[in-house]
Ligand binder design. Structure first.
Ligand code: FEO
Ligand code: CA
Ligand code: CA
Ligand code: CA
Length: 694
């Protein structure tokens, strides 16, 4: 048959929108019915319902409960809030300054990058060039003081800025895209259905992590400077597999027949910082980067490995190179060590990177589970106690997890090996305000081996080993009856109280409300929090029980709640995502309204994505920053002195339609460095040099 010569466009338009959990785990609707009238929620009559929800746990949270103690002390917030805005700029309060740092394409060498003398032109850069430049789609990040001893103590003018690059927008990367009607996620195939190999390489190298030495000049400006530690970890970097899954049959591939290594980390969303001064990058929407056109095993199907075309069709690279064809995860050879049927099993993990050693091999820490990891957040480490951290699975109706190390933390010897032994738990939020951590421990409860007479391959929800439980974390959590959440995003731990906060960004597929996810068709999202149980007043991070409440319901004035009141018009936001407590106890909240709806219809009053600050004790909430058009705000950290804040602006201009792109008309051009918009970090300081937020 004669080939059709028209180039084809493939478009996973929902490529970064998570799939949903359709398992039979029915959640807790029936329990809820006894406690919360669904009708009241549906009608928006939230006040009474929420008062009822909070009542049983008010004593637990005395002194911290916004509803109970609003106004108990002066607010931690001292800035004048900014208005919602749909302007193509970064807006901050009066008295604050903004500087753009490390935009996509910045050379790792620290060479200058400016509007007039710009070494990076995305359309001219090769795939190899991108490996020596800052990646795209900046996300979670941390500032490591240059001393390299403690992640939160040391220099406030010199350090390593380490950041994630979640994904790419191919139309802004390639000369072949100019003039074509492409959406933000589309890629083009040639007449033979192939992709140019160098474009594939550029996209893989646009993902991952950047390690950048940054320094503040005498004039107050921050710059990327040349340093032997400057490094890119990309979709191609060799990475070791550690923990129970290391060496398992299900991670053996042609590249690593003994199942100990893989190449690359992808869809690096939020991050974590370990008590031993390393960086964790979290693999979120990795599944659709792979395609299996045959029958998908459960470890692919439950996560959404594609069935027709992979998200960017990297498997179709026209040079057929091994590092590209591996994105086709079909079984095609005699056994798994001769093809890439297991390649997707080497993704979906938390990856540890030592930013102070550019030669170090990053490590996938499999005991933290395999899912769409948003980020990971640690309780402060205590000498002689286990290490405890949390991670959310950002997909509709997925779960929140906690890991407790088997071995105790000792500052002198602590390392990533602490994450290789322990217990992974999943959360159940009971309707009465209590909660339980359910262990994903092989051989316990329903997580048992297959009966021998049922053959080798699982044909029931059974598990052969701890490695099998971890590879199929979601299935194991389904079996335990975990609570299906409204897309768990970032977590943060209050330094003053030890309470854990998590954003639940939205869930338009929710048909049945429950106590912890109280709105059907949840378009606006909310923030939940809990306190781990303990003996008496002390809370033990390793406890298996907790008490929770809903901290904030986001939304418009007629459908929101914080500190016992609806959000005022000047406070409204929706789709909370990034979350971080500064050392004083200010909670910074970042938003990710989808570019498909932002500034449209009843999303219009919220304006562009933004960042707010909340004081959980006084019940104050103020909008601090509004970003430019088309982007999301994600990633926030300050220097130890809290006088410099870094915030990431991801995918500016992404709301440009396919037709407008073809016509060369962009919705948003920020930060106005050349032809296209580009993700970048912004540095926020005060004109008077003061602490950010006060
Ligand atoms: Fe990558 Fe759930 O945000
Ligand atoms: Ca996010
Ligand atoms: Ca999000
Ligand atoms: Ca995003």
């Amino acid at each position: 048959m004669k080939p059709d010569n028209t180039p084809r466009v493939i478009d996973h338009d929902d490529g970064d929108e998570p799939l949903g959990n359709h398992s039979a785990n029915i959640g807790f609707d029936s329990i809820l019915a006894a406690r919360l009238s669904r009708r009241a929620v549906l009608k928006g009559g939230l006040g009474a319902s929420l008062a009822a929800l909070f009542a049983p746990i008010a004593p637990v949270f005395a002194g911290t409960s916004t509803a109970a103690t609003s106004g108990a002390r002066a607010s931690l917030l001292g800035f004048a809030p900014v208005a919602a805005s749909a302007a193509d700029q970064v807006t901050v309060p009066k008295g604050y300054r903004v500087q753009v740092l490390a935009p996509w394409g910045t050379p790792l060498s620290g060479a200058p990058l400016s509007g007039t003398d710009m070494p990076f032109d995305p359309l001219k850069a090769s795939g190899a060039d991108q490996a020596a430049q800052v990646g795209s789609h900046h996300d979670g990040m941390h500032f490591f003081p240059i001393e390299g001893k403690d992640p939160n103590r040391g220099s406030s003018s010199d350090g390593l800025l380490v950041m994630n690059h979640e994904y790419v927008e191919p139309r802004f990367m390639h000369a072949t895209a100019v003039g074509q009607a492409l959406t933000r996620s589309a890629v083009t195939l040639d007449a033979n259905g192939k992709r140019a190999a160098d474009e594939v390489l550029k996209e893989l190298n646009g993902h991952g992590v950047s390690v950048l030495r940054i320094r503040r000049d005498a004039d107050g400006a921050w710059k990327v400077v040349s340093d032997a530690r400057n490094r890119r970890v990309t979709g191609l970097t060799p990475i070791a597999i550690a923990g129970p899954v290391r060496g398992d049959d299900k991670v053996k591939t042609r590249y690593s027949p003994d199942g100990t290594m893989t190449r690359g980390t992808l869809n690096n969303c939020a991050h974590g910082v370990t008590p031993w001064n390393t960086y964790l990058t979290c693999e979120e929407n990795w599944a659709s980067y792979f395609v299996n056109r045959g029958e998908r095993p459960r470890e692919q199907a439950r996560y959404g490995v594609a069935t027709k075309t992979a998200r960017y069709a990297w498997d179709q690279a026209d040079n057929g190179a091994d590092e590209f064809v591996r994105f086709d995860a079909g079984a095609r050879a005699a056994d798994a060590t001769r093809d890439y049927r297991n390649e997707p099993n080497t993704f979906g993990w938390v990856v540890e990177i030592d930013p102070f050693d550019a030669a170090s091999v990053p490590v996938k820490r499999t005991h933290l589970g395999r899912f769409a990891h948003e980020g990971v957040i640690f309780h402060p480490a205590v000498e002689g106690k286990p290490v405890v951290c949390y991670s959310g699975d950002d997909a509709r109706n997925e779960f929140i997890y906690k890991f407790v190390s088997a071995k105790s933390y000792h500052k002198a010897s602590a390392s990533g090996a602490l994450l290789d032994e322990g217990t992974l738990y999943v959360a159940r939020f009971n309707a009465d305000g209590t909660g339980e951590w359910l262990p994903l421990k092989w051989g316990h409860g329903p997580l048992v081996p297959q009966p021998v007479n049922q053959g080798e391959e699982p044909d029931c929800d059974c598990f052969k080993s701890q490695a099998d439980v971890l590879l199929n974390t979601r299935l194991a959590a389904d079996k335990l009856g975990a609570t299906k959440m409204d897309r768990p995003e970032w977590g943060a731990i209050d330094p003053k109280t030890g309470m854990v906060y998590f954003t639940l960004t939205n869930n338009t597929s929710r048909k049945d409300a429950d106590a912890a996810n109280p709105r059907v068709n949840s378009r606006w999202g909310h923030i939940i929090r809990w306190r781990e149980a303990g003996d008496g007043v002390a809370s033990d991070p390793a406890a298996t029980r907790f008490e929770w409440d809903i901290f904030l319901l986001a939304g418009p004035p007629d459908d929101s709640r914080f500190a016992g009141k609806p959000l005022a018009a000047e406070q409204i936001f929706n789709s909370p995502d990034g979350l971080w407590f500064d050392p004083d106890g200010r909670l910074w909240i970042q938003t990710d309204i989808s570019e498909s709806v932002m500034n449209n219809g009843d999303y219009a009053p919220f304006g562009n994505n933004q960042m707010l600050a909340a004081d959980p004790v006084s019940g104050d909430l103020r909008r601090f920053l509004v970003g430019p058009l088309g982007q999301e705000i994600t990633g926030v950290i300050t220097t130890p002195d809290q006088r410099t804040m870094f915030v990431n602006i991801q995918h500016p201009g992404a709301s440009t339609s396919a037709a407008d792109f073809a016509a060369g008309k962009l919705t948003g051009t920020w930060p106005n460095l050349g032809r296209y918009p580009r993700s970048a970090t912004v540095v926020i300081t005060r004109e008077d040099g003061g602490v950010i937020g006060t």
